[in-house]
Design a protein around this ligand. Structure first.
Ligand code: ATP
Length: 238
């Protein structure tokens, strides 16, 4: 469907056993956008990304990619649909080199494209310098860069990023956010989960705020940044 948003969630309800983690989420991501998904611990942000990437199935509701239902399709197949997921806590292959990790990201293709590798190394020059180093010996920020680079090797149209700033020093966080902007400028749509609301909204076109499994607020990033409720709850202002 040409006019459909790239991603649309309709009434999405997700359970862990008897626990209802998502209580009917409606959300859209337009092609080319950066959309921030905010909310406190346990609000359901990670669960939302896991459901979009097929690791979890919604019990009710729909997940649509370009207007086509994708809920029920397993995560390894969704890679072929153009969804890349950088999970929480990065999870690079620790005993493999940087280069081998990047090559793993291209597993859906029959061979590794040298242009894709060049692009990853251009976005992340530090990875180029460390291409033969074991991934487990990289710093936290470098591992985050590698996790993002690995996802890009699958040429995703939609990139799901789960708290890329987690546990990183402010300077590194700033670098990662600049690279996310660059990736978006190059044409990749981004759905970004962040605790760091100010920086995420500074980067995003629009945002959604989750509270205990429901969308509490949504709108243009600038409106959310200016909203006194958001400022009080997430930006550390009373
Ligand atoms: P965080 O920033 O802490 O990751 P979040 O917004 O990503 O928070 P989720 O991890 O999606 O939140 O969790 C949503 C709800 O689902 C929480 O109440 C959480 O306790 C629950 N939950 C998450 N994972 C599981 C699981 N594997 N089994 C049972 N409940 C879970």
């Amino acid at each position: 469907t040409p006019d459909a948003p790239l991603l649309e969630l309709r009434g999405m309800r997700v359970f862990y056993g008897a626990i209802e983690a998502l209580k009917g989420i409606d959300l859209t991501v337009g092609k080319g956008e950066i959309v921030a998904l905010l909310g406190s611990n346990g609000a359901g942000k990670t669960t939302t990304l896991r459901t979009v990437s097929g690791m979890l199935q919604p019990r009710h509701g729909e997940v649509l990619l370009r207007g086509e239902r994708i809920d029920g399709i397993k995560s390894h197949e969704l890679v072929r649909f153009g969804i890349g997921h950088v999970p929480e806590g990065r999870r690079v292959f620790a005993t493999m080199t940087v280069l081998e990790n990047l090559e793993m990201g291209a597993y859906k293709f029959s061979s590794v494209d040298s242009g894709d590798l060049d692009r990853a190394f251009t976005l992340f020059p530090r990875l180029a310098e460390r291409r033969s180093q074991q991934a487990g010996t990289l710093s936290g920020g470098e591992q985050q860069m590698l996790a993002i680079g690995r996802a890009l090797m699958g040429r995703p149209e939609l990139l799901l990023l789960d708290e890329p700033s987690m546990g990183l020093a402010p300077l590194i966080v700033q670098q990662i956010f600049e690279i996310i902007k660059e990736i978006n400028d190059q044409g990749t749509t981004v759905l970004l989960v962040e605790q760091n609301a100010t920086q995420a909204l500074g980067l995003a076109d629009r945002g959604y705020v989750l509270e205990t499994g429901s969308v509490a607020m949504s709108g243009p990033a600038g409106d959310l940044l200016a909203d006194s409720r958001i400022r009080a709850a997430y930006l550390g202002e009373g």
